[in-house]
Design a protein around this ligand. Structure first.
Ligand code: SF4
Length: 689
């Protein structure tokens, strides 16, 4: 029996993995502060991933488009990839090769992938799927606090709250064990849907505010207005610990509750009640999730929620605060170590000369050879195979054919590449398109570290032997780097060596891991970053000062604006997407776990019965949800508490049931986050199965 952490979300629940004796594995919860001995349904069934019959165990190669993928040796596969990469770089330059990573990769893999792109390939074209996850909160957190750590406090602090406002976070389905930390507080849930979390709030003396999709920025401004009108602002805190309130207030001053009601659909009385509940609480938190972030104005929306928290004096106060609920397992660590287009390890900016000099020194290369910032995730995917875009893509730990917006367009772009290489442990929908598929180890078959939603670094331990024929992603990067002419020890495949190098590269940065050592990890010390070698770790940030040079948090003046698409005569409804309890992200893993597949086997569209009837549909019928980009096939699930103007679909399903066939890739100007959460759609009947 081995103690490790869950393969899925950013709560990173601790679990024991043990063999069942018949070739399988089972999981059991282990004591840990985030899950306190609990697991959700996905965690309980995660052992099935380790013995899945779908597991890839040999490299696959397709020599011609249209040919079958055929098993080959590792040497054949890596030699082929390296030769093609060398040819492309020689004929079309370093940026003709792109790299796409994932927020589920360990810290070590994220770090080595960023280094591989910039040193072995010399390309600026690297980004990752975390751009689709919480980049808006990261950008807003940096603007306000100077440091982006999802929760700047341990989750156990939430137990001290009297009131918690959850903006666009359905915790009861996405992170069920976290609900135990919220149970002592009254909840204000902001969500267009009557989600499981909203139901819980209403049953426990809380509130559910259901804004029209795409209007929660206006709602946050309205709440700030109401709090101001009620005399609830923390005036002393504003003067001592913040800057910029006057300019931010100039915008919020126009959002009196009745005007806010007209735009958002939330009753003015509820806005005032929520402002009073939050503003009069002894201890309170504002927490944001994907619902606030995944908009073409996601950064400004999160800034509006942060402004509200600052106006009430919450961030940096013991027992209160603002935080973002990170989604992917290593969503936090994944964006700190250099697989993001604009960052170097330690959460450093790639255009900062001092950062470039430091990291180049650790990597043993001249700083001037490091490329600059590249394209963001969707822009990168959309450029693939175009005359000015990359001709080859190396993809690790991601399934953009299902998870990217306007997924049909992304599929076409991937199909236009000269070379697509996918490292994965299952033949995902993206791997099916690849020229080369490299079978890699998964969570419990390897050692490594993850950083959970609290910025706490955890040790993932090897609990099962990988199948014969499978290699670690670190081995893959090492093998390719050597074939591309780099010294063997420049790309170590040993995770402890990579962690030590990562620590040196991050030293002095915001996300300093230089004190994260195997010994400290094994002692169960709570290693929240920054964790310098010569100082204790930092469970709580901002108690004395924020991360800006003057130590103050900054209000950011933001204004509501319409979503990129609004409903019209042709597409009269708003389509929004989200997650369900039994599936995870693109579903590449959870759709292969029999119990989870049985619980949630197919896409559905949640819709008000009157809205369904207007399209000639009833509960259980098959429907098409169509936008200007594409159509998704889904089973009608009627709910009398659904908004009349909105349909909701989970995005975990593939092929013609992929919700991202209709989503809008309009991008946030700051974070480059696509607008997953709202677009104009219509609902029509589909042929039966
Ligand atoms: Fe795994 Fe997240 Fe479920 Fe915990 S809440 S068991 S980390 S999926």
């Amino acid at each position: 029996m081995t103690r490790t952490h869950c393969p899925y979300c950013a709560l990173q629940c601790a679990m024991h993995v043990e063999p069942t004796g018949d070739g399988g594995y089972r999981t059991r919860p282990a004591p840990f502060p985030t899950n306190r001995g609990g697991l959700c349904r996905k965690g309980w069934t995660a052992g099935a991933l380790l013995s899945s019959p779908d597991r890839l165990t040999t490299p696959l190669l397709r020599t011609d488009r249209g040919a079958e993928l055929r098993p080959v040796s590792w040497d054949t596969a890596l030699d082929h990839v390296a030769a093609r990469l060398r040819d492309l770089r020689a004929s079309r330059g370093a940026d003709s090769v792109a790299v796409f990573g994932g927020g589920g990769l360990t810290n070590e893999k994220s770090y080595l992938l960023g280094k591989f792109a910039r040193v072995a390939l010399g390309t600026s074209q690297i980004d990752y799927n975390g751009r689709f996850c919480m980049s808006s909160a990261a950008a807003a957190g940096l603007r306000a606090f100077g440091i982006d750590r999802g929760l700047p406090f341990p989750v156990t602090d939430l137990a001290e709250a009297d009131v918690i406002l959850l903006a666009g976070a359905n915790v009861a389905e996405t992170m069920p064990p976290l609900m135990g930390h919220l149970s002592g507080a009254r909840l204000i849930v902001v969500d267009p849907r009557r989600s499981a979390t909203a139901e819980y709030a209403l049953a426990n003396d809380g509130l559910h505010l259901a804004p029209r999709p795409g209007t929660d920025l206006a709602l946050a401004l309205g709440l700030l207005h109401a709090a101001h009108a009620e005399g609830l602002l923390a005036t002393g805190y504003l003067a001592e610990r913040t800057s910029g309130f006057t300019e931010a207030w100039r915008h919020a001053a126009a959002w009196w509750p009745e005007r806010t009601e007209r735009v958002t659909g939330v009753a003015a009385a509820d806005i005032r009640a929520a402002a009073r509940m939050l503003g009069r609480a002894g201890n309170a938190y504002v927490l944001t999730g994907r619902g606030a972030e995944q908009h073409a104005k996601g950064t400004d929306t999160v800034s509006a929620w942060i402004n509200l928290a600052l106006a009430l004096g919450l961030p940096g106060r013991p027992g209160s605060g603002y935080g973002c609920l990170t989604g992917q397992g290593n969503g936090q660590g994944g964006r700190e170590h250099g697989q993001k287009a604009d960052q170097l390890p330690g959460y450093r900016r790639i255009d900062d000369p001092a950062a470039r000099a430091h990291v180049a020194g650790v990597w043993g290369v001249p700083a001037e050879t490091l490329p600059g910032p590249g394209r963001s995730a969707y822009e990168l995917l959309d450029a693939l195979g175009t005359p000015d875009g990359p001709a080859a893509l190396l993809l690790f730990g991601s399934n953009p054919v299902v998870s990217a917006p306007d997924a049909g367009r992304v599929r076409n772009r991937l199909s236009a590449l000269d070379l697509l290489v996918v490292a994965d442990f299952f033949l995902s929908e993206t791997a099916e398109l690849a020229d080369v598929v490299l079978p890699v180890t998964q969570w419990a078959e390897e050692d490594g570290t993850m950083t959970n939603l609290e910025g706490r670094v955890l040790r993932r331990r090897r609990a099962a032997d990988p199948p014969t024929g499978v290699r670690s992603d670190l081995d893959v990067l090492h093998g390719l780097a050597v074939r591309l002419g780099r010294p063997a020890d420049q790309f170590p495949a040993d995770p402890e060596r990579v962690l030590a190098e990562l620590g040196a590269a991050s030293a002095g940065g915001a996300a300093d891991y230089s004190g994260v050592t195997p010994h400290r990890l094994d002692s169960d010390e709570a290693l929240h970053w920054p964790c310098p070698a010569d100082r204790p770790a930092t469970p709580r940030l901002f108690l004395d000062r924020f991360g800006h040079p003057d130590g103050r948090a900054r209000f950011v003046a933001v204004e509501h604006r319409d979503s990129a698409e609004t409903a019209d005569a042709d597409y009269p409804l708003l389509g929004t997407t989200g997650r369900v309890l039994a599936q995870y992200q693109s579903g590449a893993q959870t759709r292969r776990v029999p119990e989870l597949a049985a619980a949630e086997p197919a896409a559905y569209v949640e819709v008000h019965p009157d809205t369904a009837a207007r399209s000639g549909l009833a509960d259980g019928d098959w429907a098409l949800v169509s936008s200007r980009r594409g159509s998704t096939r889904a089973r009608v699930r009627c709910r009398a508490d659904a908004r009349l103007d909105t349909v909701f679909l989970p995005f975990h399903f593939a092929d013609d049931q992929s919700a991202n066939l209709f989503t809008n890739p309009a991008l946030d100007p700051v974070s480059r986050m696509p607008e997953f959460k709202v677009c104009a759609v219509r609902l029509t009947a589909a042929d039966p199965e």
